[in-house]
Design a binder for this molecule. Structure first.
Ligand code: 5RP
Length: 229
């Protein structure tokens, strides 16, 4: 489920402002989605100009884009730490330092890369800001555990909906071969508590609540400017 309200100018401003933080020699986590894609393209231009970086992709999509723009790639399994990771979000609560991610169904790998990073930089247009979070939380689920996890989500006060593929019949299948439930909890006042509840449910591979992880949020606006928050 994608949050598509933001303009391209705002996304570009946010992505490029975060990419400007990258320095020679850095290992960079490459996020997924249309906003992070601006950062990846900008880094590709700088690689053409001689910037020496290596990327760690968070999805099939970001790996393909990084290859296209010439960013050398490392495998996540070969990397103990990442200097900085740049990634988008579906919703951002600045006050609580909490995000909803997973609109591209890549949040499991995105969370591993973000947690391996010395600095996690979030890129978003202004339409993504909300206080508190109220965007449906993506939950990646082992296929055989679907019914069990649906029940656990309802017990936690949520309304789960199996994410279906836009271009073909059937559900979305993640890069890891799992399913995604978009879980509407209404307003999420206690994101950390909900995150713990979801993580504890057997069959949940990963959920899209990122609490206390962002080191900075770059918010782009329609004039093409970005503010660091
Ligand atoms: C993918 C994500 C994306 O970062 C999130 O969906 C934001 O995407 P976009 O920048 O296209 O709005 O979490 O799993």
């Amino acid at each position: 489920m994608k949050n598509t309200a933001g303009t391209e100018a705002a996304k570009r401003a946010a992505g490029e402002a975060a990419a400007a933080e990258v320095r020679d020699g850095d290992v960079v986590g490459l996020g997924t989605g249309s906003t992070a894609a601006h950062a990846i393209r900008d880094l590709g231009d700088r690689v053409d100009d001689g910037l020496d970086v290596e990327g760690v992709a968070t999805s099939y999509q970001s790996r393909a884009l990084a290859k296209e723009v010439g960013i050398p790639l490392l495998s996540l399994s070969d990397v103990a730490r990442v200097d900085l990771a740049i990634d988008g979000a579906d919703q951002v609560a600045l006050g609580a330092n909490a995000l909803v991610k997973g609109g591209g169904a890549a949040h499991a790998r995105e969370k591993v890369v973000a947690s391996a990073a010395d600095r996690f930089l979030v890129v978003a247009d202004g339409s993504k800001l909300a206080e508190p979070l109220d965007y449906p939380v993506p939950v990646e689920v082992l296929p055989d555990a679907l019914a069990r996890v649906e029940r656990a989500v309802r017990d936690a006060g949520g309304d789960p909906e199996l994410r279906s593929a836009e271009r073909k019949d059937g559900p979305v299948v993640t890069d890891n071969g799992n399913l995604v439930l978009d879980c509407d909890f209404g307003a999420v006042g206690e994101a950390r508590s909900l995150a713990g509840t979801l993580s504890a449910a057997p069959g949940v591979v990963e959920h899209g609540l990122f609490v206390g992880m962002a080191d900075a949020v770059f918010v782009g606006d329609d004039d093409g400017d970005a503010t660091r928050r």
